[in-house]
Design a protein around this ligand. Structure first.
Ligand code: AVJ
Length: 311
C-alpha cells in the first residue's frame, strides 16, 4: 500500500486487465520468487545478455576506469548485482564513494555492508528509492572527483521513450556538469538468437512469466489457472523489441479482487517489453536529454554494448 491507500499492484492489474490489449507492467514480475527465477535465467545457455555484458566489463575495465577518471563518485541506479560495480571499483583509481539507489531497502543494506567490508576507503551512501522518480539532489556526497552514473543490465530497454527521456534528464541534472554515465544496452540482432533467449528450452523464462499469475492469485485474491495459460516470446521488429505475453489456451473468465475478466482463446496479457536500442538511436535520445555519447565498448559479435555518456 502507498500513502493513498490503494495498492499500486492491484491498481496496475485492474487497469491493465481492463484494456483492449491486456497488459501488466513488467516491474511486477520481480517478487522474491520472480527475482530468483531471473537469476536462474542469467545462467541459461540461451540468455546471452548478462554474461556478454560481464565479459565486456571485465575486458574493458581499465579503459572504462580511465575514461571515468580518479576519485570518482559512482551512483548505481537500480543497484542489482554488486558483481558488476565491483568490476568497475576494482579498476578505478581511488574510487571515492558509491551510492546504490534501489527500491528494496533490505537489498541495499546488504549491498552497502558487503562493499564497506571489501573496500575500506570507500564511502557508501545507500538511497532507498525508485530510480525512476529519484531526484538525488542533496543525497549525493559533495567533494570527490567526477560523478559517474552506472546503469547496467540493459534495464533501459524496459522503459518507454518518454521514461528514458525523463530519466536521462533527471540524471543529467542530479549528476551535474562534468559528470559521465556508463550504460549497458542489449543490441538488435537476429530473432533466431533473441527468441530462444526469451523462450529457453528448460522453460525457466516461462516459469518467470507465469509466476506473475501466481503472484496475482496470492497477493490480490485472483483465481488464474496457471495450466490454462502459456508463455510466449515475440519479436516485434517494427519496435525493435522482444515482448513477453501470457496466452490464454481457452475461452475463460478469471476473477481478481472480485472483478471478472474475460479471455478469448488465444488472447494474451502483455507482460514485458525488452527493447534492443541501436547505438545511433540511443545517441540521439541521449543528446536531446543533454548528454553526449562519447565511447562504446562491445563484444566481438556486437551482441551487447556498454556506452559512456558525458555531460
Ligand atoms: C532484466 C529486464 C534486462 O529484458 O532481458 C529476462 C528481463 N525478461 N528474460 C531482459 C528478462 C525475460 C531482462 N531485464
Amino acid at each position: 500500500m502507498d500513502g493513498s491507500g490503494i495498492d499500486p499492484f492491484l491498481q496496475d492489474v485492474l487497469t491493465g486487465l481492463a484494456r483492449d490489449q491486456k497488459t501488466v507492467p513488467s516491474r511486477w514480475l520481480y517478487d522474491a520468487r520472480g527475482s530468483r527465477l531471473f537469476d536462474d535465467i542469467t545462467e541459461l545457455d540461451e540468455y546471452y545478455p548478462t554474461r556478454t555484458e560481464l565479459t565486456i566489463l571485465n575486458e574493458q575495465a581499465a579503459a572504462i576506469a580511465e575514461a571515468i577518471g580518479p576519485d570518482a563518485v559512482i551512483v548505481e541506479y537500480g543497484a542489482g548485482s554488486l558483481l558488476k560495480v565491483r568490476i568497475l571499483l576494482d579498476a578505478l583509481e581511488r574510487p571515492k564513494a558509491f551510492v546504490p539507489v534501489d527500491i528494496s531497502s533490505e537489498h541495499l543494506k546488504g549491498a552497502a555492508d558487503e562493499l564497506k567490508s571489501v573496500y575500506g576507503d570507500l564511502d557508501v551512501y545507500p538511497v532507498a528509492a525508485d530510480f525512476m522518480d529519484t531526484n538525488l539532489g542533496s543525497n549525493l556526497p559533495s567533494g570527490g572527483g567526477r560523478r559517474a552514473g552506472f546503469f547496467p543490465g540493459s534495464t533501459m530497454g524496459n522503459l518507454l521513450d518518454k521514461d528514458i527521456d525523463s530519466f536521462l534528464r533527471t540524471t543529467r541534472e542530479d549528476l551535474g556538469d562534468g559528470a559521465c554515465f556508463i550504460i549497458g544496452l542489449d543490441q538488435p540482432k537476429s530473432p533466431d538468437i533473441l527468441v530462444p533467449a526469451y523462450d529457453d528450452a528448460k522453460g525457466v523464462t516461462a516459469d518467470f512469466n507465469l509466476n506473475l499469475l501466481r503472484r496475482i492469485n496470492r497477493e490480490l485474491g485472483g483465481n488464474f489457472d496457471l495450466d490454462s495459460f502459456e508463455h510466449e516470446a515475440r519479436w516485434n521488429s517494427a519496435d525493435s523489441r522482444i515482448e513477453m505475453h501470457l496466452r490464454s489456451l481457452k475461452a475463460q473468465s478469471v476473477e481478481v479482487a472480485g472483478r471478472t475478466f474475460k479471455f478469448e482463446e488465444g488472447e494474451t496479457i502483455h507482460t514485458e517489453n525488452s527493447r534492443k536500442i541501436a547505438l545511433d538511436r540511443f545517441a540521439e535520445m541521449a543528446e536531446s536529454a543533454g548528454w553526449e555519447l562519447t565511447r562504446k565498448w562491445t563484444d566481438a559479435k556486437g551482441l551487447f554494448a556498454v556506452v559512456l555518456l558525458e555531460a
